[in-house]
Design a protein around this ligand. Structure first.
Ligand code: UDP
Length: 332
């Protein structure tokens, strides 16, 4: 099969590419390199079944050409990371809504299979645990820019499902929960690469808020196998699925675990949200996915534990620190 991956130089895309190429599939990746990194895909470029296109998905004629030439579109291009979203809300909304609309419109003309990457952010500040696909959704006020990301991705979901309903475009929506692994950058706020980088450099580990907020982390290798499984199944068309890991952990406990795993002497410090993000920032207290729907549909079973995730990220970050100790500090 021929796969087109938008946002193809991103962290998740690079792991999906690795999985697909390993299995003899062909992959074309398009990425404007705004948050994706060419280093993520450098290793694939000698593979004859791989093609990388450095451009934006809003280049409609190019997008049409790429979509024509593939069987499946995995739409991962998006503005991601809470910090980026808070700092650049215009860019976030425009990229997430405009880009997705174009992908769907172009794919619909040729009835190509589409996977739409959504996010656990769409659950907003719901307090019901775990989050289930059919749950009601509660957001904060529109004056709080964090919610623009959730709202923009929710519009993407509505659009995708509308294309399925009205135009029979075979779309599947995947709500990705906290996905972690080698090659993820802490630059846009993601907690694990940030804590690991801080611990390795002996810098203070910055726990935002009380540290009692919790997350369930999924290893990227598990997550990309879920994305692939959803794309390869016919019965997932027109459906929304949570994709995430198991094993809830508070941010404070995570900081301690990372410090211990690294063998670091870093101090663990508390940083108020208004200092970390913006005044009035609202965090999600518990973000835990119910993954029974995807398990039932495709036999999805995340097998990698938080300890394995941390081991892989620490190994990767150690390698990065060894190559460029100071620039890595700047990046985090
Ligand atoms: N976080 C933190 N220190 C950091 C970065 C993030 O304490 O340096 C917290 C953040 O406030 C949130 C959790 O870690 O409560 C997960 O953050 P991330 O941005 O990785 O994911 P998300 O907020 O989207 O779940």
């Amino acid at each position: 099969m021929k796969w087109l991956i938008t946002g193809g130089a991103g962290f998740i895309a690079s792991h999906l590419t690795e999985l697909l190429l390993r299995d003899g599939q062909a992959v074309t990746a398009i990425d404007d390199l705004s948050t994706g990194s060419i280093e993520n895909v450098e290793r694939f470029r000698t593979n004859a079944r791989y093609r990388f296109v450095a451009d934006t998905i809003t280049n409609a004629s190019l997008l049409r050409e790429l979509v024509d030439d593939c069987d499946v579109v995995v739409h991962l291009a998006a503005a991601v990371g809470v910090r980026l979203v808070v700092e650049q809300p215009v860019h976030t909304i425009a990229t997430n809504v405009g880009g997705t609309e174009l992908v769907l419109e172009v794919a619909a003309k040729k009835q190509k299979r589409v996977f739409l990457a959504s996010t656990s952010e769409v659950y907003g500040k719901g307090t019901k645990v775990p989050f289930q696909e059919e749950d009601d959704i509660v957001y904060g006020a529109s004056t709080k820019s964090r919610w623009s990301y959730a709202a923009s991705k929710l519009v993407d979901e509505f659009l995708g499902l509308a294309y399925w309903k009205e135009r029979k475009l075979p779309v599947t929506v995947g709500r990705l929960f906290n996905t972690v692994g080698p090659r993820q950058t802490g630059r846009y706020g993601m907690v694990i690469p940030r804590f690991v980088g801080q611990a390795l450099r002996g810098e203070p580990i910055t726990v935002y808020g009380t540290g009692r907020q919790s997350r369930c982390f999924g290893h990227v290798a598990d997550v990309v196998s879920g994305i692939r499984g959803l794309c390869e199944s016919e019965k997932t068309v027109g459906q929304v699925y949570n994709i995430g890991g198991v094993g809830e952990i508070t941010v404070h406990d995570l900081a301690v675990k990372i410090r211990d795993a690294v063998g670091s002497t870093s101090e663990i410090v508390r940083v108020p949200y208004e200092q970390a993000y913006e005044t009035g920032f609202e965090d999600i207290e518990r973000r835990v996915p119910d993954i029974s729907k995807i398990c039932l549909a495709i036999g999805y079973a995340p097998v990698r534990s938080i300890d394995e995730i941390l081991r892989d990220v620490i190994d990767f970050e150690r390698g990065r620190e060894a190559v460029a100790p100071r620039s890595a500090a700047g990046a985090a």
